[in-house]
Design a protein around this ligand. Structure first.
Ligand code: MN
Length: 233
């Protein structure tokens, strides 16, 4: 017998799928760090070609494209990071690079919003990045396009404009670890399930956002994303 919930269960964030009535329930959010060489360099970090590394965000911190997000608390240096999101569509555990794509339902544009001052402070003293990376609204994700429709994207322009000015512009082909490689690697550590999201890292050009900023991102063959930064919470 199911015991009644003492508190209401939180609503599960969902993502629209292009051309479909059904939406995708967001399960877990895995994020890859330093996956473009030029971004690793601008962060003063090194590149690891052997294996990707990760941090996570709470699924409850996922918001849809079109959101107006209050400028987050506790920071004076909140940065945009424009990223390709891969959406897991079939269970994946210990899959190979060759078969990993079969477990990806589709793709979306994403913004890995980052309290850079808090992330850097944590990094310096070798503490976890959570305060810098995992906060309310920190994962903005656009509409999902099924791989059946767009194919498994491996190349194409990824771009972010702030108030109409291009801040980030690169190509997916410059990712150090591609989607298949990331999914295969992650599946060695987790039983990946439908609705898990993977943010695959940002190219160079990250920078601060301000209240009133309008962020417009696009990825060739995938779609667009829009977020507006509002007054501080
Ligand atoms: Mn990122």
């Amino acid at each position: 017998m199911n015991a009644p919930l003492l508190f209401p269960a939180p609503p599960i964030p969902t993502l629209p799928v292009r051309g479909r009535r059904e939406v995708i329930p967001v399960r877990r959010i895995f994020c890859v760090g330093r996956n473009y060489e030029a971004h690793a360099r601008e962060m003063g970090g090194t590149v690891d070609r052997e294996a990707p590394f990760y941090f996570t965000k709470s699924a409850l911190h996922c918001v849809r494209s079109g959101v107006t997000l209050p400028y987050p608390p506790g920071t004076s240096n909140c940065h945009h990071e424009m990223e390709l999101v891969a959406v897991i569509g079939r269970p994946a555990f210990r899959v190979t690079v060759d078969t990993a794509a079969e477990h990806v339902f589709g793709y979306a544009c994403g913004l890995d919003l980052t309290r850079r001052d808090l992330q850097n402070a944590a990094r310096e003293v070798k503490r976890p990045w959570d305060l810098g990376k995992d906060f309310e609204g920190a994962a903005v994700v656009g509409d999902v396009v099924a791989a059946d429709e767009c194919g498994h994207v491996r190349a194409g322009t990824i771009e972010l404009r702030v108030n109409g000015a291009t801040r980030q512009r690169s190509d997916l082909s410059l990712m150090i670890h591609g989607v298949a490689e990331i999914v295969a690697h992650l599946s060695g550590y987790y039983h990946l399930e439908p609705g898990d999201l993977v943010l695959t890292g940002t190219p160079e050009g990250v920078g601060p956002v301000q209240p009133g900023d309008r962020l417009e991102g696009s990825i060739e063959g995938v779609g667009t994303i829009l977020a507006t930064i509002g007054a501080p919470a």
